[in-house]
Write a protein that binds this ligand. Sequence first.
Ligand SMILES: [Fe+2]
Ligand SMILES: [Fe+2]
Length: 168
Amino acid sequence: MTGLSALGQTLHDEHRQTLEVMNALENKILGNTASRPLDPSDNDDRRQLQDLIAVVDRDTGSHFRFEEEVLFPIFDEAGAGDMTQMLIQEHEAIRTLGSQLRLLAEGALENGFDESTWSDFRNAAMDLTASVMFHIQKEEMGLVGRLSFFIDPETDAELSRRHAEYAA
Ligand SMILES: [Fe+2]
Ligand SMILES: [Fe+2]
């Protein structure tokens, strides 16, 4: 994406990282290997589960909090409160789905999957990937790409500093 502000670029990069993890997850649960559970004794599968947990934690933690506490209020003031209300509702849904999937991933890292937990994991992953992809698409169009119209470069730099504090 071109023409992004510094903050827009940072948020875009976080969204892209999340999408990479969601795409990889979707390939596992929908692709040719969907009937073969991820195997935590395999290094790649183990890393995939760990990456999933890390991205769920980052997104439902610092990323969402920065958006809700710092970014959305700016859009509220500019009259886009309907959009931010919808995005906050999506955050709540993603927090719930994310914590369900996270529990299943943690359990699998400890004990592996059986047929039943793999089926639960796949169902939860389908819901989460769909919700997250839809949400990010909306934010990329509604927020990230429009940031430079809503805030001046000085404010953008200040918010980038605040973002770094959230991410720390
Ligand atoms: Fe969001
Ligand atoms: Fe976001």
